[in-house]
Design a protein around this ligand. Structure first.
Ligand SMILES: [Zn+2]
Length: 111
């Protein structure tokens, strides 16, 4: 028994899922193919929803003041992404901090 082909096609209007068969797959084969097509569309919806969520929260936020942590390039040209900075500061200070709060915390620590 041959399987129906399920194909994802990107179009300006959205995503199409093509189900291609020879007509010899039988109702069971069609049901299986439709199930696969639906799963594909569901994944697409999940991915899209994830993307939109990512757009909402541009970067990691400071644990102290809530400011967005900005990427930073050092004087000698080393570039740190916001995520990298958040991780490094979390390791150093126990929580992700923005540049302002790092300066403040350093002062408080006396260094
Ligand atoms: Zn802060």
């Amino acid at each position: 028994m041959s399987e129906m082909r399920v194909e994802r096609v990107d179009a300006p209007e959205g995503v199409f899922v093509l189900v291609v068969g020879t007509g010899r797959e039988g109702l069971g084969g069609i049901a299986k193919a439709v199930e696969r097509a639906l799963r594909m569309l569901a994944q697409e919806v999940e991915r899209k929803t994830g993307d939109e969520k990512k757009d909402e929260q541009a970067g990691p936020n400071c644990a102290d003041c809530g400011r967005t942590i900005e990427p930073w390039t050092t004087g000698d040209g080393r570039h740190y992404s916001a995520e990298e900075l958040a991780n490094r500061r979390a390791a150093r200070y126990g929580r992700p901090l923005c540049a302002f709060c790092v300066a403040r915390t350093k002062k408080e620590e006396g260094g």
